[in-house]
Design a protein around this ligand. Structure first.
Ligand code: WTA
Length: 685
């Protein structure tokens, strides 16, 4: 397998026999009747293109497509010749039907609340589009977004979409190094950021990170900076004071760099209000116009810039949102993902706003100021749909039942999970403690590359089995196969593949179409897409995801390449070699264990072991961000390698998990190394 996929052995021991019948209350109120759903399933199975063309008609197009699909594996074009704008579909088209409905309800971590109606959000977005155009941006240019979870983050994404500026959102927890790499790879001209954001009662200094990166970003001309204290305000004080200033003469340079710094509200106010609609008009974009690039981890040290289209992506986001979440104007829908991840793109912004739903958004940590913050917000805003990650559920479980129990969660009617397999224990807790036993749970399987949900229950129709994402949605040809691409027998583990193209699939890796082909389409023939995951199918056709089979970790629902962490470690002057593996973790799913060999001249005496470990940990945080901080660093004299020089990760994984190595080690070059590693784990244990 490419990108060092490791077939390993599949753990198919997980057995869960409970079956929860589909929700009657959903079936009664669903926008799709059971016979509609049956028809969609049949159409999806018989005529995939026809199915998706029907879904595409739910969107507003400036010009209809003349061909549904052009497929030259691995490259696809959907709705060829169609012209469309994502922000029009998320905003303008709702102005006639629901201008005063809340599009966004927001809470900042310190407790501010604000609401943007569809009319207000629309106005903000066109104003910012006009402002960005004034900075010289044109359709096709790239913009980086590095923001806290404030309404302006959504405004920024939609304003980019409106002008045809391809956005690349960088998670606010990434370091200046990661930000710099992404800005440079995308050749972004503008970065939109905030001076800081709130997290666990502290300030995350975003602007400082931008300033540190700016001097090394040759393509960057401007940084648009939101002052966090004005987040969520339509007409803050500052706006009034700058109202008379119609030029941006106040631009100053950012740090040492030549990048010009411009205040968000000044930029907004620099547009004559009578000209906002004209200057902020939507671009009529080709269906294949790149809406965004989102970087995600693979099995090399360099993250991949996954490119998504406009038309096909929106079709996938909208259709899945409708089927899986069944959103109504009466719902308050909350997806807890950060906009820095794909879930934040498809299910905080594009999907729900394309439906015309009311989205709740929260800035900060789940336990600030108290352990019941999530549940207090659900009570306060009468949230009816909650979509979150198994990691969060397990963390809440550990905190104790008293926190959700002390709050009124009766507004909830549907729960969802994403990002990693959910263990039946966490599923049951979520179902009983949060859902009060009455809310169906949609366990949704998908990826940055798929753009939208691929496998998930449809709550009105699908019986649930805790731990299974159940069946593929209509329009997806998903299978579990062996290395030769043959279907594996029921119950056996294999590789999870998608055999036919779908509209919201990634179009390429930015600047590296070869890597796109090699990573996803070279393991199997005939344009079959390989997810990188293992799975098994049961007798009912339900799919049970078994986790990644390549060197990609899933830490607290975040994808992280082992090579990425290794590259960060070896960039430290003391490090000669490093190998990183995952170890099962009760809360995070996987934890990070690094085996590190120091350069000879730095061999550590035992007494400063801890300080070296801390130094290396901090170095990884500086290079990548806090999400990559290793849980454990083991210093060793050498790493176990095969005769051909490959690091034997299987052995390291065993060592990291059990502290001991079993199995075949005959290809090892130097058995002493294993003995020494085992010794060091015995010492620690
Ligand atoms: C894993 C997140 C089991 C899987 C949307 C996949 C899951 C990777 C599930 C993608 C699920 C996601 N059950 N595993 N419901 N959802 N995964 O790109 O390993 O951040 O390949 O996209 O998360 O992670 P990504």
């Amino acid at each position: 397998m490419t990108e060092t996929a490791n077939p390993g052995t599949f753990d198919v021991t997980l057995r869960e026999n409970r079956v929860f019948p589909p929700s009657r209350s959903f079936a009664e109120k669903s926008a799709y009747s059971l016979s509609d759903l049956q028809r969609l399933r049949e159409l999806g199975a018989r005529d995939i293109e026809g199915y998706w063309a029907e879904a595409a008609r739910d969107l507003t197009w400036f010009q209809k497509w003349n061909r549904i699909l052009e497929w030259q594996p691995p490259f696809s074009k959907w709705f060829v010749g169609g012209r469309i704008n994502a922000s029009v579909n998320c905003l303008d088209r709702h102005l006639a039907t629901r201008p005063n409905q809340a599009a966004l309800i927001w809470e900042g971590e310190p407790g501010e609340c604000s609401t943007f109606t569809y009319a207000e959000l629309h106005r903000q977005v066109e104003n910012l589009t006009a402002g960005l155009r004034q900075l010289g941006l044109k359709a096709g240019d790239r913009v980086a977004i590095y923001m806290p979870m404030v309404p302006e983050a959504t405004v920024a994404m939609l304003a980019c979409a409106r002008g045809g500026f391809t956005h690349t959102v960088v998670f606010g927890g990434f370091s200046s190094e990661s930000l710099k790499d992404r800005i440079n790879d995308a050749e972004a001209k503008v970065v939109i950021t905030a001076d800081f954001g709130w997290r666990k009662g502290g300030r995350v200094q975003l602007l400082e990170q931008v300033a540190a990166a700016a001097s090394f970003c040759a393509t960057l001309t401007h940084a648009v900076v939101l002052q966090r204290e004005h987040a969520g305000q339509l007409t803050p004080q500052v706006r009034r004071s700058f109202q008379t200033r119609r030029d941006l003469s106040v631009l100053s340079s950012l740090g040492e760099s030549k990048v010009k710094k411009v205040d968000w509200h000044e930029l907004m106010a620099s547009i004559d209000p009578r000209e906002v609609s004209r200057l902020g008009r939507p671009e009529e974009l080709d269906s294949e116009h790149p809406l965004f690039i989102l970087y995600t981890s693979g099995t090399t040290g360099k993250p991949k810039g996954i490119v998504h289209s406009t038309g096909g992506y929106l079709v996938g986001a909208l259709r899945s949102t409708k089927l899986v979440f069944d959103l109504k104007p009466t719902d308050v829908y909350w997806c807890t993902a950060d906009i820095g991840w794909v879930t934040g793109h498809s299910y905080v912004v594009y999907g729900p706003l394309a439906v015309g739903a009311t989205v709740f958004m929260y800035e900060g940590a789940p336990t600030t100021p108290e352990n019941d913050r999530f549940w207090a917000m659900i009570e306060r805003h009468r949230v009816s749909i909650l979509y979150t990650a198994p990691t969060a559920i397990r963390a809440f479980m550990r905190l104790g039942d008293q926190f959700p129990q002390s709050r009124d969660l009766s507004s909830l009617r549907l729960l969802g999970t994403v990002g990693e397999p959910i263990n039946p224990g966490a599923w049951t807790w979520y179902h009983d403690q949060i859902g009060g036993g009455r809310c169906p749970i949609v366990d949704t399987f998908w990826q940055t590359e798929t753009g939208s949900i691929v496998i998930s229950p449809i709550p009105a129709e699908t019986a649930l089995k805790p731990g299974s994402a159940t069946r593929p949605l209509p329009g997806y040809d998903v299978e579990v196969v062996d290395r030769a691409g043959k279907l594996v027998p029921v119950g056996q583990g294999g590789y999870l593949v998608i055999r036919k193209p779908w509209p919201s699939m990634a179009r390429t890796i930015h600047g590296d179409p070869e890597r796109f082909k090699k990573t996803y389409f070279s393991d199997f023939e005939n344009g079959v897409y390989f997810t990188g995951d293992g799975a098994r199918k049961d007798a009912d056709g339900y799919i049970w995801c078994l986790g990644r089979v390549d060197d990609v970790l899933n830490v607290a629902g975040h994808r992280l390449g082992t090579m990425e962490v290794e590259s960060a470690l070896v960039s430290h002057p003391k490090v000669a070699e490093a190998a990183v593996v995952g170890r099962a973790d009760d809360i995070k799913g996987q934890g990070i264990v690094a085996f590190v060999t120091l350069k000879k001249e730095f061999s550590v005496a035992d007494r400063d072991l801890k300080s070296v470990q801390d130094e290396l940990r901090n170095h990884v945080v500086k290079e990548i961000g806090a999400i990559a901080r290793p849980d454990e660093i083991r210093l060793t004299d050498g790493l176990p390698k095969t005769r051909s020089g490959k690091i034997m990760r299987r052995l390291l994984r065993e060592l990291a998990t059990h502290g001991k190595v079993q199995g075949d080690v005959t290809t090892l070059e130097d058995l002493n190394v294993i003995a020494a590693l085992q010794q060091s784990s015995d010492d620690e244990g």
